[in-house]
Design a protein around this ligand. Structure first.
Ligand SMILES: C[S@@+](CC[C@H](N)C(=O)[O-])C[C@H]1O[C@@H](n2cnc3c(N)ncnc32)[C@H](O)[C@@H]1O
Length: 272
């Protein structure tokens, strides 16, 4: 476990369960139990605004697993920096990666103290694999990189995973610069994996979904269109099939490909 301990007052503020938090609302949609009434109310309102929310969330998790398996099996990636871990669920990054290569090293990062409590207990792996957890904010990539360097070797390829997290970073917080600084820290042969809520798939439903969520939560959702999501991959080589809906990224079956969702995604290689 890496990271600074917050003081008591700060911890109390952050542990507040009276307002919904992304990790816990997402946990409701995934059928988890680590959530509170405010999270369940936000989850229900989200479902009302966008009835395919649960399919969308499942399609996003399935994309995460396919992308990690692809990177470990087809590209030989052995190091993963997974920022915006979420509460432990099925097919967590280290489980998928270590199924392909037991020596895979995975560092998880999240800013929700409740995620940290669970991660401590559940996100463990047996040697030779390594799993570590950092409590940090994506808006502070320097801290993330410094702490992750205790576990990951930044002279070797790393997959930077930003799955369903960049839509919590507003343009005022420089999301493109944050991604660039993370990718600048890894060598050629590394990968960027992104999924992001869309403004141009089910646009009316998603606008209502974001409006409601933002009225309840201190973490605001920012929807982006396909071009804005593709911009995160500037200077990198997109792996086929490019920037597509999560259900259309190398689906394993027609059923998987047909899942309704409003999430863009892509995987790209750093070549130079
Ligand atoms: C929607 S969940 C996605 C979880 C997982 N990546 C997945 O796709 O299944 C978003 C996660 O990002 C975390 N998160 C949101 N904003 C963050 C930030 N600025 N820094 C670090 N973590 C953040 C939330 O706490 C939550 O666990």
């Amino acid at each position: 476990m890496t990271g600074e301990s917050p003081n008591g007052e700060e911890l109390l503020r952050r542990l507040s369960t009276a307002v919904p938090h992304p990790a816990r609302v997402y946990d409701v949609w995934l059928g988890g139990k680590d959530n509170y009434p405010a999270d369940r109310a936000a989850a229900a309102a989200g479902l009302e605004a966008f009835p395919s929310t649960i399919q969308s969330v499942r399609a996003n998790r399935a994309f995460l697993a396919r992308a990690v398996e692809y990177l470990a099996a087809a590209e030989g990636v052995r190091q993963f920096l997974d920022i915006g871990t979420g509460l432990p669920s099925a097919n967590n990054t280290h489980e998928v990666a270590q199924k392909v290569a037991e020596e895979a090293r995975v560092v998880y990062v999240d800013n929700d103290p409740v995620v940290m409590l669970h991660a401590q207990a559940l996100l463990t792996s047996a040697a030779p694999g390594v799993t570590d957890y950092i409590e940090a904010d994506l808006r502070d990539p320097r801290k993330i990189l410094a702490d992750a360097a205790l576990t990951l070797d930044f002279t070797q390829p790393v997959a930077i995973m930003l799955i369903a997290i960049l839509h919590f970073i507003s343009d005022d917080d420089y999301p493109y610069e944050i991604v660039n600084s993370l990718m600048d820290a890894v060598p050629p042969g590394s990968f960027l994996v992104v999924s992001h809520l869309a403004s141009d798939i089910f646009p009316e439903e998603l606008a209502a979904f974001a409006r409601d969520f933002n009225a309840r939560s201190s973490e605001k959702v920012i929807l982006r269109n396909r071009d804005e999501v593709a911009r995160f991959f500037t200077g990198l080589d997109l792996v086929e099939p490019g920037v597509v809906e999560v259900s259309k990224w190398r689906p394993r079956s027609e059923l998987e490909s047909a899942a309704a969702n409003a999430v863009w995604c892509g995987v790209a290689r750093k070549t130079a």
